[in-house]
Design a protein around this ligand. Structure first.
Ligand code: PHE
Length: 364
């Protein structure tokens, strides 16, 4: 064997085993560079061909070319194998168990606030009785919140309302955060033709805070105005509402004579409940909880709203929505309603798909 044959044989053995030992594509690449790269051992050998005599080259050429081809083929084969193995590992690591339960979508994790839910329930009940739904602004004028409702300046009822006022304007008037939803009565009577039959849910504000009062709270106003509506209709409407809302055959209600400047006569309505336990229970116990104010609309309010009190009459009521939510869904502290605590919302909240309706059931 010539020296060249010996050297080629040695190189082939050396590289063949290095290729077989390469465990990664990177390691294999290093072997390739060491053998076939520009300065690789096989490439170096081949550079010698140029200096040989034609006879020498005739023998060395095929020898070295064969060497080069076999090493290159071995590298390609090993490469394919390593690729395959890497893919196997990847597939194993990225294995997905399609039989596992899917993670809850954001829409299912989110919760509807009890207040929103209760408003939807109230709307469903009154819509069934033929009431429209109206809205008014949170920021009101003195005229709508007080004066047109028969509460002139200096009227003592203004003190009862713990009003949040804005800064004085240039003309000396002050805007305010509405203290009740009653301004929507006037807004609606002034802008639409009678007869009227609507509810108006929304935010209301009073400077007050304890377990059952928050500075921002919710009311739903109700109003029926035509030529014949009387107090019997008011009472039936409220009893019918309470029955539907609490989903019971009858709810014991107490109509107490009261005073509101915008109604005459006026009443406050309490509902029998038991507040001794952790949750409030409806229709049992010796406690009464006030849930609404109501009465026959004062003729002064009708006049201030452009209606002839000799022709038109009717009733109005204002229900505390938050109180109703507390009563029905057993949340003891109203302040927690507006803390924005996700744990509270998870506990007391409703699924977005749980839309209240009379035919599907208000609550489950
Ligand atoms: N606006 C009254 C309140 O906030 C409630 C009410 C509304 C009373 C309509 C009578 C008629 O207390």
């Amino acid at each position: 064997m010539s020296d060249l044959q010996t050297e080629a044989k040695t190189l082939e053995d050396q590289f063949t085993s290095a290729i077989a030992d390469a465990e990664t594509l990177d390691a294999l690449e290093q072997v390739r560079v060491a053998a076939l790269g520009k300065k690789g051992r096989v490439s170096e050998l081949m550079k010698g061909l140029g200096k040989m005599s034609p006879e020498e080259r005739k023998e060395a050429g095929p020898l070295l070319n064969g060497l080069k081809t076999r090493i290159a083929d071995a590298i390609t084969a090993r490469q394919a194998m390593l690729h395959e193995a890497a893919l196997e590992v990847q597939l194993e690591q990225e294995r997905v168990d399609v039989t596992l339960p899917v993670a809850a979508a954001p829409a299912e994790q989110g919760r509807i606030h009890p207040n929103s839910q209760v408003m939807d329930e109230i709307v469903a009940i009154f819509a069934d009785m033929g009431f429209d739904v109206k809205e008014g602004p949170d920021i009101e004028t003195d005229e709508y919140n007080f004066t047109a409702l028969n509460i002139p300046p200096e009227h003592p009822a203004r003190q009862m309302h713990d009003t949040f006022y804005f800064h004085e304007q240039e003309d000396g008037s002050r805007l305010l955060l509405r203290t009740h939803t009653s301004p929507v009565q006037v807004r609606t009577m002034r802008s639409e033709k009678p007869p009227h039959r609507f509810i108006a849910p929304g935010r209301t504000f009073r400077c007050d805070s304890d377990q059952t009062h928050t500075p921002m709270f919710h009311q739903v106003e109700g109003m029926v105005i035509d030529e014949t509506t009387h107090m019997g209709h008011l009472r039936w409407t409220l009893e019918e509402f309470a029955r539907a809302y609490f989903e019971v055959d009858s709810v014991e209600m107490r109509f107490r004579p009261s005073y509101f400047p915008f109604t005459e006569p006026s009443m406050e309505v309490d509902i029998r409940c038991d507040r001794s336990g952790k949750d409030v229970k409806i229709g049992q116990g010796d406690d009464w909880m006030e849930i609404l104010g109501c009465g026959m609309v004062n003729p002064n309010v009708l006049s201030a709203s452009g209606l002839d009190p000799e022709v038109y009459q009717g009733f109005a009521f204002g229900i505390g929505i938050d109180r109703l939510a507390m009563l029905k869904y057993g949340a003891p502290d109203l302040r927690a309603f507006f803390d924005g605590d996700l744990r509270w919302l998870k506990h007391y909240g409703f699924s977005a798909l749980d839309v209240p309706s009379l035919y599907g059931g208000l609550s489950r």
